[in-house]
Structures are given as structure tokens and as C-alpha cells.
Design a binder for this molecule. Structure first.
Ligand SMILES: CC(C)(COP(=O)(O)OP(=O)(O)OC[C@H]1O[C@@H](n2cnc3c(N)ncnc32)[C@H](O)[C@@H]1OP(=O)(O)O)[C@@H](O)C(=O)NCCC(=O)NCCS
Length: 189
């Protein structure tokens, strides 16, 4: 695959704006992902072993966002396919590269890949205080349809359970097309 060459652990300052392409998450990306994970999820981040288990999980589908200029991994995301549902398990972008639409690109990729794999809905849990993630998902019509009280063990914060609309519906696809077209304009594609 063209863009899965050597990854480095340390993200270098960008000399040019990021040009992001999305690729399947392979074992060779793990060092780079493990260098981002604690920066984005803090002390309760996933361990290396959790990622290895996920990469070997038949239900797991994981991707990395790679900058074509530097060949570095700037973000990652993935989901489990469970029947007609895709459960998003993780989504993160290196703090130095947030707010450049990399997270949104990863989410769109999740939606398109989940649809290819036969999912009709996407769902995830998100911290009640996680405004950036909630705003990102609400851009794609995700709604909070439940609360898991004191779900997060570190601070006993509630989790909101977000659900997409039916991703096969006309309504969802109109929204998706509109969002992808705006995203492509913003990222110069
Ligand atoms: C959530 C996260 C993945 C977003 O990634 P990102 O690349 O910075 O986000 P994008 O640049 O693609 O933003 C897309 C949209 O998300 C929302 N958003 C993203 N960051 C935001 C912020 N800091 N404040 C408010 N809205 C934000 C906005 O709606 C934005 O679109 P807009 O600017 O046109 O309104 C990133 O903040 C992150 O890694 N956070 C830590 C890990 C995490 O919380 N993951 C989610 C677990 S459920």
C-alpha cells in the first residue's frame, strides 16, 4: 500500500498543511497510535494490548489518518460491526492537528465503511463533558438517546449514548452528501 511506509513515534511540526489520506490500521501504525492515545484520552487510554486485541477482532474495523507530506499518523478511528449496528469504539486526532477536519474525515470514513459492511445505524458512548466530539457527531445528525450514569470509572462521569439516523435513509444521505461536499471544499479536495 502506498502510504503505509515507515511511521515515526514523534509527531514533527508540519512544514506544509496536512494532506490526509485514510488507510486500514495495521500493526505497523501501532507505535504512532500509541504516541497519540495518551495525549487524547489521558490516563485511562487504551493500552497497546487493547489495540492488538482490536486489530485481531473479527468484528473490529480500524483506520488511520496519514499525512501524505510527512507520512505520519495524525489520527485513528474504528468500530465494531454487530449485526446492523456499527459501534464506534474510538476516534482521536493528535492535539497538534485537531480542528483541521481530520476527525470529521475519519467519521465520514466510518460511516461509508459501516454502510459497505451492511450497518444501518452507528452508535457510540461519549463523555457528557466532551463538547468537541458531541458537536462533531451532531453535525452528522447523531442524537443522544440514552445516558449511562457514572459510566466512566476515572471521574464517574455520565456517558451519553449517541445514535445516528438510519444511514440508508434518504434524509441521512442528503445530509451526508452535503457534509462531504463542504468537507471536500474545506480540505481542498
Ligand atoms: C473529537 C476529535 C476527534 C475531533 O477531531 P478534530 O479533527 O479536531 O475535529 P474536526 O476538525 O474534524 O472538526 C469537525 C467538527 O467537529 C466539531 N468540533 C471539533 N472540535 C471542536 C471543538 N474543539 N469545539 C467545538 N466543536 C468542535 C465542529 O462541529 C467541527 O466542525 P465545524 O468547525 O465546521 O463546526 C478531537 O477533538 C479529539 O481527538 N478529541 C480527543 C479524543 C476524543 O474525545 N474522541 C472522541 C471520543 S467519543
Amino acid at each position: 500500500m502506498a502510504n503505509t511506509a515507515k511511521q515515526t513515534n514523534t509527531i514533527q511540526p508540519a512544514s506544509q498543511p496536512a494532506t490526509i489520506t485514510i488507510h486500514p490500521f495495521l500493526l505497523e501504525h501501532l507505535d504512532a497510535v500509541m504516541s497519540i492515545e495518551p495525549l487524547t484520552f489521558g490516563p485511562n487510554h487504551w493500552s497497546r494490548q487493547i489495540f492488538i486485541n482490536e486489530l485481531n477482532n473479527d468484528a473490529g474495523v480500524y483506520f488511520v489518518a496519514i499525512d501524505s507530506n510527512s507520512m505520519q499518523v495524525f489520527g485513528y478511528s474504528g468500530f465494531w460491526i454487530i449485526g446492523e449496528e456499527a459501534h464506534i469504539t474510538t476516534l482521536a486526532v493528535h492535539p497538534d492537528y485537531q480542528k483541521q477536519y481530520i476527525g470529521e474525515r475519519l467519521l465520514v470514513n466510518n460511516i461509508l465503511q459501516a454502510r459497505k459492511l451492511g450497518a444501518h445505524w452507528l452508535t457510540l458512548e461519549v463523555r457528557a463533558s466532551n463538547d468537541p466530539a458531541q458537536k462533531l457527531y451532531s453535525k452528522y445528525g447523531f442524537k443522544s438517546l440514552g445516558v449511562l450514569r457514572r459510566y466512566y470509572q476515572d471521574n464517574l462521569e455520565n456517558a451519553l449514548i449517541l445514535w445516528s439516523d438510519n444511514i440508508e435513509s434518504l434524509h441521512f444521505n442528503e445530509l451526508l452528501e452535503e457534509r462531504i461536499s463542504a468537507l471536500n471544499k474545506r480540505t481542498g479536495e
